[in-house]
Design a protein around this ligand. Structure first.
Ligand code: ATP
Length: 325
């Protein structure tokens, strides 16, 4: 390969900037030319690309978000859109593409690469949801979990002062990864996850037991995708039965995506970016770079997308329940 392009796509995640820096500098070290693409596949279609150098990525390790910006792009889902994207890449002389994003981004990259195999593609898992097969951790998950923990600690202070029950909704439409980690870290009385149905009656019983055990405040973490509906719905149902607490709801929302990446995400981003470029240089394509047991591992995009074995750890769920008695 001689010229590499890099983009970030889908939801932004802290750690994308360290990864962009790593991709650009590893490529330049290996005498490749690099272009950055703005706003993911949208910029690919609109030919919004610019040359990048070692200094283009100075002082970005500590920045949240993504300097390349990101977008959700409908036209890239069509054959016509893909053809325009391909022509733009050819015009620039690009023969390798690093995409940093989640499963939607990889689905697009794989389709594109099957249509136009002369452009090698490498995926880097960048999503706070930690829901991709082939990497124990995805970029942004650690920072987002730490941000959630910081917020919940503050809510715990006020919950405790007033004998309150807080329902805190965290991100995760299909994944309870943040909810579970944050729940363990903050001593939540219950954690409601998309992966595991919790009956409201059981939740109420659990909260009553807590009150009998002299708990002065309670925190219930609700992942966005929990099947009981949102935190407001659940809180309303619970308040009818639980009179001993004043029930409040906090939706943490988009603050969970922002902030300076943690040490873990800076190092993960650097490792994955470095590995992505080295894999492309070796001639690999249609793969995702991930981290398993602290080693870089390549998984085919096909497998990363189709393996549904990825599950939340049962032992963590069990432990969280036991430790909240
Ligand atoms: P996150 O999980 O953090 O939201 P994501 O990468 O899954 O990240 P999506 O919005 O699902 O985010 O996908 C990003 C982009 O990938 C879409 O906006 C679209 O341009 C492209 N994409 C998704 N699915 C397809 C598809 N089937 N064909 C072509 N492109 C697709």
């Amino acid at each position: 390969i001689s010229k590499l392009a890099v983009l970030t796509s889908g939801g932004d995640a802290p750690g994308m900037n360290p990864c962009i820096r790593s991709v650009v500098r590893t490529a330049i070290y290996n005498n490749l030319n690099v272009v950055g693409i703005r706003r993911g596949y949208q910029g690919l279609i609109e030919d919004d690309m610019f040359d990048m150098h070692a200094r283009s990525v100075s002082n970005i390790l500590n920045l949240g978000g993504t300097i390349l910006k990101t977008a959700r792009c409908l036209p890239f889902r069509t054959d016509e859109g893909m053809e325009i994207a391909y022509q733009n890449l050819k015009k620039q002389g690009v023969d390798a593409l690093v995409v940093i994003g989640g499963d939607g981004t990889f689905t697009g990259a794989l389709r594109f690469s099957k249509k136009y195999p002369d452009i090698a593609v490498m995926g880097v898992p960048g999503t706070i949801d930690n829901d991709l097969y082939g990497s124990t951790y995805t970029l942004g998950f650690d920072t987002a979990t730490n941000t959630v923990i910081e917020a919940i600690d503050k809510i715990r202070d006020t919950a405790d002062a007033h004998d309150r029950l807080f329902f805190i909704e965290v991100m995760g439409r299909d994944s309870g990864a943040i909810a579970l980690r944050a729940g363990i870290s903050c001593g939540a009385e219950a954690i409601l996850l998309p992966e595991k149905a919790t009956a409201i009656d059981d939740l109420i019983k659990n909260l009553k037991t807590g009150e009998n055990n002299k708990k002065s405040s309670s925190i219930v973490i609700v992942a966005e995708g929990d099947k009981n509906g949102g935190a407001y719905d659940i809180a309303q149902k619970v308040q009818k039965e639980v009179k001993f607490y004043d029930v409040k709801v906090t939706i943490l929302g988009h603050l969970q995506r922002g902030g300076s990446p943690s040490a873990f995400d800076r190092i993960l981003g650097s490792r994955l970016g470095y590995a992505a470029v080295n894999a492309l240089i070796k001639g690999e394509s249609q793969m995702m770079v991930g981290l398993e047991a602290n080693h870089i591992k390549l998984t085919t995009l096909e497998e990363a997308l189709n393996q549904h074995e990825f599950k939340l750890e049962e032992d963590l769920m069990e432990m969280a329940e036991i430790l909240s008695i």
